[in-house]
Design a protein around this ligand. Structure first.
Ligand SMILES: [Zn+2]
Length: 107
């Protein structure tokens, strides 16, 4: 068994770990992740859970920076399942489109 620990990485200011991921087993596990922002989807059908309860479907978004990378991506998940990774430029473009559509919808 390997008892060596990995050297800590410099965490992003928004990283949940914030301490360099010293308990990671593999270097690939030393990715910085932000808190997850979850939006419940009120117009989508409820989903049945294994315990018999039902839950709203969700979209969630968080930040990710892989170990050794200088760039951050926005990770979008549906029902906690990773679906798409956006660069910050792509996310900014999506933000503009969503804002424009929102303003059109409420006009
Ligand atoms: Zn980190």
């Amino acid at each position: 068994m390997n008892n060596e620990t990995l050297p800590p990485v410099d965490c992003a200011p928004w990283c949940r770990d914030g301490k360099g991921h010293r308990d990671a087993i593999k270097p690939v596990d030393q990715a910085c992740m932000s808190e997850k922002h979850i939006i419940e989807l009120t117009t989508e059908p409820m989903v049945s859970m294994s315990d018999g309860t039902t839950e709203r479907q969700t979209v969630s978004v968080s930040l990710l920076r892989e170990r050794g990378s200088r760039s951050t991506t926005l990770e979008l998940s549906i029902n906690d399942w990773p679906e798409v990774s956006l660069t910050t430029d792509e996310a900014l473009g999506l933000r503009g489109i969503l804002t424009d559509l929102f303003l059109t919808a409420v006009a």
